[in-house]
Unconditional design. Structure first.
Length: 94
């Protein structure tokens, strides 16, 4: 299976356990490594994502599961700044 760089980056962020600078190893970070708020994306008249909220703490592993066309790849592309959302925001490492 060939991995795209975008997917590799997402997994690396989730697995890295990268806390805030100056925190002890294993200490919970002050804010999530990845924070998604109110994310919406449309393709024409179709809502690919509508108001998605998600927090991923450093060291957590999440799986995106859904039917074809559910918006899994769209969410990753938005989080990695490969697409522009209609509304909402994504914060990576603060």
């Amino acid at each position: 299976m060939r991995r795209t760089p975008a997917i590799t980056i997402w997994v690396a962020l989730a697995l890295a356990g990268c806390g805030e600078p100056g925190t002890a190893p294993g200490a919970p970070p002050a804010s999530p490594a990845i924070r998604v708020r109110g994310l919406t994306k449309r393709f024409g008249d179709v809502d690919a994502l509508r108001g998605v909220d998600l927090d991923v703490a450093a060291g957590e592993i999440h799986a995106l599961v859904g039917l074809r066309g559910a918006g899994k790849s769209t969410l990753l592309r938005l989080a990695l700044d490969m697409l522009r959302p209609v509304s909402g925001r994504v914060e990576v490492l603060g």
